[in-house]
Design a protein around this ligand. Sequence first.
Ligand SMILES: [Fe+2]
Length: 311
Amino acid sequence: MSVKVFETKEVQELLKAAANLNGGNGNARFQQVVHRLLGDLFKAIDDLDITPDEVWAGVNYLNKLGQDGEAALLAAGLGLEKYLDIRMDAQDKAVGLDGGTPRTIEGPLYVAGAPVCEGLAKIDINADADAGPLVIHGTVTGPDGEPVANAVVECWHANSKGFYSHFDPTGAQTDFNLRGAVKTGADGKYEFRTLMPVGYGCPPHGSTQHLLNGLGRHGNRPAHVHVFVTSDDHRKLTTQFNIEGDPLIWDDFAYATREELIPNVVEKTGGAALGLKDDAYKSIEFNVALTSLVQGKDNQIVNRLRAAATV
Ligand SMILES: [Fe+2]
């Protein structure tokens, strides 16, 4: 039988006590957020008649999610990370800040500490027989359209098995394979010599895929390359571009695809002279337009736990 208890004094007092709302001690913002989220959960239990069995299944799921270390992956898969981007886009619009390369999600697989190279970096450190050579290049410009010197372009992407270095369960990659950082010169140009990535999926037996299975969703991403661009005088850009032609481009489980982030893939020759593994190679031009600081500050810098390594 359905009962409604959420609005009772007893439950409202319980919520306030649990969050220590107005309790004097603790962090007021944290109390406010916990009170709201817990209240939304309690209300959902009431509204949907969520059973004790279902609640405990959820609690145990959180334990498993933590054991698997997949909470950030789930955040991407449930659209939470995309939602934060939608909000930041709306905040930009509200202050009249438009233009610039669109942001998209960072995902959980960045590793800080890649050595910074001037202008160009060759980042295919480990052999990968199934991946062809790829050159990624472009120009970083500011809001005035002029090249930006001393911007640092970082990229990271998967190998031909869909694994990222540092997180590769096969152990086939060293820490900064297919990851790099390039500082632009006066011409604003950067270049990475690397290998073509493929798309990948969530760990098939992990808790993210388990939840997606329950929703009848797949956990796959199209092939893509992650990009950070930092410059002292501009806002940091967090974005990705997709590899043109991937069938999942518009069916990304993490909702990262944007129309402006699908550059053309161009077939080229002359790779041998560039030190690539084959003479025929693919080339992608990905130009980056940075946005201005807002009142002298990067108003949308995102702090989150990130992996780090040293060379
Ligand atoms: Fe990725």
